[in-house]
Design a protein around this ligand. Structure first.
Ligand code: ZN
Length: 307
């Protein structure tokens, strides 16, 4: 049975679920669209890796088991009604560090993060993956009006130790942007591949490439940048069995040359930093993300999602 057949086999069950959910049954047209298997299955959050690749570093030579998420997140139905594509706006939130005692302005207390995820749920903001956002930009996926992408950059240990339990508590999907040299080098501040694979196994985690060395790509040579976009993805694929579909510029740094390389490498979209929501006509190779800081309040969050 292939994926499409599996999805079709699930339709009777899904119809039963809709029948038992009055708030969903009240909006029959969007729900039918939500269960369009051709939309959801065409854009898996995680793509199984091609055969093992040989990486140009000595410490990646051992065989790595392929890990497959048991619950492909993209097969989930959206909770909110779908709308016309032009009416959807996405806010891509950018997080870095988690810890109440850290001094960095980028460090969010776990309680604040918990409150923010609670706010998003209470205000019916649908949380999608970066791959789903790319499918939306393709015109291949219809979304609710207000959506968010939760991106966590740099693979800091606090992401696994402090943010992940809260993401699990809220059953929220998230996009982990990994710069692979830090993990391969076993830097103390970086997550381990075991951590990453544990998060993937939850079915909530999507991986994006955040380059290899985490340099300012707008200042690197073309040859270096080519390596940055390809090596990082190859290492992620070898260590996890997951192919990163989107790219996240370190420091948000990019120019036309870098964007072209990312596109050429076969990524589906790239994220920078900056203000603004993502809409159907947003620039796919420099999608804006809003940094969430220690100083960010729930009122600030409300402004981001106000219509
Ligand atoms: Zn970064």
């Amino acid at each position: 049975m292939n994926l499409r057949q599996a999805a079709l086999a699930l339709l009777p069950f899904l119809s039963a679920c809709v029948a038992q959910a009055p708030h969903l049954a009240a909006t029959p047209a969007p729900i039918l669209t939500a269960f369009d298997a051709s939309q959801t299955l065409a854009t898996p959050v995680m793509t199984l890796a091609a055969p093992m690749m040989t990486l140009p570093t000595s410490n990646t030579a051992e065989a790595i088991p392929i890990v497959v998420s048991p619950v492909p997140a993209a097969q989930r139905a959206f909770r909110e009604p779908l709308v016309a594509r032009a009416d959807t706006h996405a806010v891509v939130l950018l997080y870095h560090l988690f810890g109440a005692t850290m001094t960095s302005a980028q460090s969010l207390s776990p309680d604040a993060f918990d409150a923010q995820l609670g706010w998003l749920a209470d205000h019916h903001v649908e949380i999608i993956t970066a791959a789903e956002l790319a499918s939306f930009l393709d015109g291949a996926l219809t979304l609710p009006a207000r959506v968010a992408v939760i991106t966590l950059d740099d693979g800091h240990v606090s992401t696994f130790a402090r943010a992940y339990p809260i993401l699990k508590k809220h059953d929220v999907r998230f996009t982990l942007a990994l710069n692979t040299e830090a993990i391969e080098g076993h830097r103390p501040e970086a997550v381990t591949w075991d951590n990453v694979n544990e998060m993937l196994a939850s079915g909530l985690c999507e991986l994006a490439s955040h380059s290899h060395i985490h340099g300012h790509m707008e200042r690197l040579t073309e040859a270096s940048n080519r390596r940055e976009v390809t090596l990082s993805r190859a290492i992620i694929e070898q260590r996890t069995g997951v192919r990163a579909e989107t790219f996240v510029f370190p420091f948000g740094g990019h120019d036309q040359r870098v964007m072209s390389l990312v596109k050429e490498a076969g990524y589906r979209a790239a994220f920078a930093v900056g203000t603004g929501r993502v809409r159907l006509d947003s620039p796919r190779w420099e999608l804006p993300r809003k940094g969430v800081l220690r100083s960010t309040t729930l009122s600030d969050l409300a402004v981001l999602f106000s219509s």
